[in-house]
Write a protein that binds this ligand. Sequence first.
Ligand code: AMP
Length: 283
Amino acid sequence: MHLERSIPALRDRRRALLRTGRTVALVPTMGALHAGHLALVRRARELADEAWVSLFVNPAQFGPGEDLDSYPRDLEGDRGLLQSEGVALLFAPSSNEVYPQPPAVRISLPDLAAGLCGAYRPGHFDGVALVVTKLLNIVQPEVAVFGAKDFQQAAIVTRLVADLDMPARIEVVPTVREVDGLAMSSRNRNLDPDQRRRAASISRTLKAARTAIVEGGERSARRLESLMGESLAAEAGVRLQYVAVVDADSLQPLDAVGGRTLLAIAAHVGSTRLIDNLVVEVP
Ligand code: AMP
């Protein structure tokens, strides 16, 4: 596996590869890799001749007071994992390489970014849209692979690429979970054993809401939100940020669930912010 830190050198490699006709699938990550990331890598290997992974903790998507400094970092561990997954190239640029000057460009998808995490992380999805645009312009992959765990991000990236006629196809991979249901996340590394145990209540709550829809026939979005809110409030040490029941395509709030419905939660466990979601097909 080749480790590349320079944009011009990466472009040279990409140009050389284009002449051979080999295709590239890009997996953008912030590192501290886990089995969720590796599922994306395996999908990338199925979709193209070479899987390339980017590792960049993007300062533009962290707000003041968020965990940019404490975000877990493990370049050596990540390199070993990616090497054994058959990744051809790891692109790990410095902040200065990606942002040699403060960007004057802003990319906003206000309708998709207004709710859910966007309501609590102002500017976050502008930072995501900017760095994804830059990475797709730098690497020019045939396909880029994202996780459904960050559902709003995947929706925003899919729409970004469609609206701007960017050539990459976006592929979304289902959420990979721990045995107790907790969605895998780099931030899980920051949980102590007690917090780690309590964190499983987030996915349990989503599953209970899905059961209420599928088996209990519940269709009121407000009642489902109350159900989820109460279930998490009962868990000591878990501080709810939001529960939401929205249309999975528009991400707009629903009164009555129907069609593809997204159930989403964000909560703090200690100082660690965790998110999770489930999509339910409601006939
Ligand atoms: P991150 O490094 O957290 O920015 O994540 C990089 C990519 O991996 C994003 O597309 C995430 O949605 C995806 N991802 C993170 N955790 C999971 C998971 N548990 N299952 C599937 N994909 C994930």
